[in-house]
Design a protein around this ligand. Sequence first.
Ligand code: T3D
Length: 263
Amino acid sequence: MAYNTILYEVGEGYAAITLNRPEKLNAITAELHGEFREALAHVAEDAKIRALLLTGAGRGFCAGQDLNDRATAPGDAPRDLGQTLDTLYNPLIRGLRALPKPVISAVNGVAAGAGANLALACDIVLAARSARFIQAFCRLGLVPDSGGTYFLPRLAGQARAMGLALLGEPLLAERAEEIGLIWRCVDDDKLAEEARKLARHLATQPTMGLALTKQAINASWANNLDRQLDLERDLQRVAGRTEDYREGVKAFLEKRQPNFKGR
Ligand code: T3D
């Protein structure tokens, strides 16, 4: 599929979406939103795609909203940013979280504003050692969006969430790993290969089991223990009926590697 603002590739059981406006650090335009949404729909529909990898072209991962599209002239009425969140950013974050396949972000460089939170919305966040995360919203008088006020306190704790959001200081990838904001920081020249290796691995795993696991962990934030135990029961019931579960047990008993089909 040919797009203007993203690259979309499929191979070895996974799809890769590369934000592709490198001259603007992959800042997000309405066109990019549209293309991303279309690519995500393909990923969701195609059963042969069993993992998604998201990264950026060039030296940045994503610098958030393209501010060229937010320039105003004196006398212009203020734009309704609630509407752009409602129609563009929120569906994107919800789409990634609800995708019944694991999503990896490979943060190859600076991730700022909605770009930082887009990265954090992914299930596994890998970052290049030189990458940095910036909650740039406070520099513009805005509120962290794209899930920022949800992910930051949950992943990094209240004090760090406040510091990051109110000060807008860059957080280096190594420190992001130390404080549990991301899964792992890797050397810059290893990032692409590590991310692809992970995507290839996940694409051979029991996709439905992983999707249900993702659903359970994401739901846990809103549940008490009783409700979470009930949810685990319900989801385990579904997982226990998959072909992959049957294959996993069989392979264990036969002392061989399982051959999961994602069903
Ligand atoms: O709908 C709504 O508006 C609500 C939703 C809001 C969501 C948001 O994401 S709001 C936050 C928007 N993002 C930012 O505020 C970040 C702005 N960018 C920066 O602060 C810096 O560029 C970085 C810290 C990310 C990187 O700095 P540096 O020094 O490495 O690079 P640079 O020179 O600033 O940027 C390189 C080019 O990318 C440059 O273009 P030029 O001058 O070479 O033609 C720069 O203007 C462009 N660029 C970077 N970020 C954006 C951008 N162009 C448009 N929009 C951007 N967000």
